[in-house]
Design a binder for this molecule. Structure first.
Ligand SMILES: [Ca+2]
Length: 351
């Protein structure tokens, strides 16, 4: 655009100059035409006529010069104008670019704010919605239906750490978070208070999930299921439609209700409303120290009708002691079971 304007100015100037020279040419031609027929006249007349012509020419030359000067001035003015316009445009362009940068900055700021909001929304959403991932039942509802070990994400809002859990997605509709397992027999369950609080063992083998986790997971109405197997390969189960434990201040006291199952006499009922005890914390209802006697951590009364965290005895030794993994209602006080799993899921769980 600019270049075109400049070019137009140049063309105009050149055209004017050419026009002026052409006019001078015509005048000269006129003069010479006049001179030719006058050749036969008096010399004086010739001389005067010639002088007149020269005068005229001089005036015309002066006019032309002034015209050219004017043109040149005008051109210069035009140039300055063009340069000014260019500078103005350049300035405008810079301002425009500045505005673009500003807008871009604002846009990116808004965009990043939006991202943060979206992140926060994503973090907030599970806290209020029913499909939060805080146990195996929520995994099950998210179509994870294969039994095994899962890693639950941490949740800052709920104050829950990242947690590895073993999920039973098959038994009686699945969705169970396993809180205790005995099956390998290499992990000792004769542990202290802190270990029972935090949990111990191997999630792929024998373990106690931890009283803090159990406390947290049973904040909502929860079902407890105990699956058992003896050394003859028979299985039994005990289910409690209500299960929770209190916090550490209240020694993780046990509350259970609504027993059903096929494991004979309800052998956890005797432990209902009792505190948790370990070898270094005697909270039982006995003069004796039941945790020391039964070599585990449990809701000891005085002392046991079941001892699911007792000593794992292998086949052959499984019926000689009273500190084994016992469920009196099925095999009595001297029979240590081959396998036990304690698992929980919300009452409102629907497979
Ligand atoms: Ca005691």
């Amino acid at each position: 655009m600019l270049r075109r304007t400049i070019f137009r100015f140049f063309s105009l100037g050149v055209s004017l100059a050419l026009l002026s020279f052409a006019q001078v040419g015509t005048q000269q031609a006129r003069v010479s035409r006049r001179r030719t027929p006058a050749a036969g006249g008096a010399n004086l007349l010739k001389h005067i006529s010639c002088c007149e012509d020269v005068k005229e020419l001089t005036v015309q030359m002066a006019n032309l010069t002034s015209m050219l000067a004017e043109l040149s001035k005008k051109q210069e003015a035009d140039w300055i104008n063009v340069v000014m316009q260019m500078m103005e445009l350049e300035n405008g362009h810079q301002q425009h670019e500045g505005r673009i940068t500003e807008v871009e900055g604002k846009y990116s700021e808004i965009h990043s704010r939006l991202e943060i909001m979206q992140l926060q929304a994503a973090q907030t959403l599970p806290q209020t919605s029913a499909d939060a991932i805080y146990d195996c039942s929520s995994l099950y509802s998210r179509t994870y239906k294969i039994s095994g070990v899962y890693k639950l994400p941490s949740d800052e809002f709920m104050g829950t750490p990242e947690l590895e859990v073993l999920c039973d997605m098959e038994t009686n509709g699945g969705g169970w978070t396993v809180i205790q397992r005995r099956k390998v027999g290499l992990t000792s369950f004769n542990r202290d208070w802190k270990q029972y609080k935090d949990g111990f063992g191997n999630i792929r083998g024998d373990f106690w999930l931890g009283n803090e986790h159990i406390f947290r997971l049973t904040r909502q109405p929860t079902v407890l299921r105990i699956d058992m197997e003896d050394w003859e390969g028979q299985t039994r189960y005990a289910e409690y439609n209500f299960f929770t434990i209190s916090n550490e201040m209240n020694s993780y006291k046990l509350f259970i209700a609504n027993y059903s199952g096929n494991a004979g006499r309800d052998s956890l009922r005797y432990h209902n409303n009792t505190n948790f005890s370990t070898k270094n914390r005697d909270n039982d209802k006995c003069v004796d120290d039941c945790a020391q006697f039964r070599k585990g951590g449990y809701w000891y009364n005085c002392c046991t009708d079941s001892n699911l965290n007792g000593v794992f005895y292998r086949y052959g030794d499984h019926n000689k002691n009273t500190d084994g993994i016992t469920w009196y209602g099925w095999h009595g006080s001297h029979y240590s079971l081959k396998r036990v799993e304690m698992k929980i899921r919300p009452q409102n769980f629907t497979p």
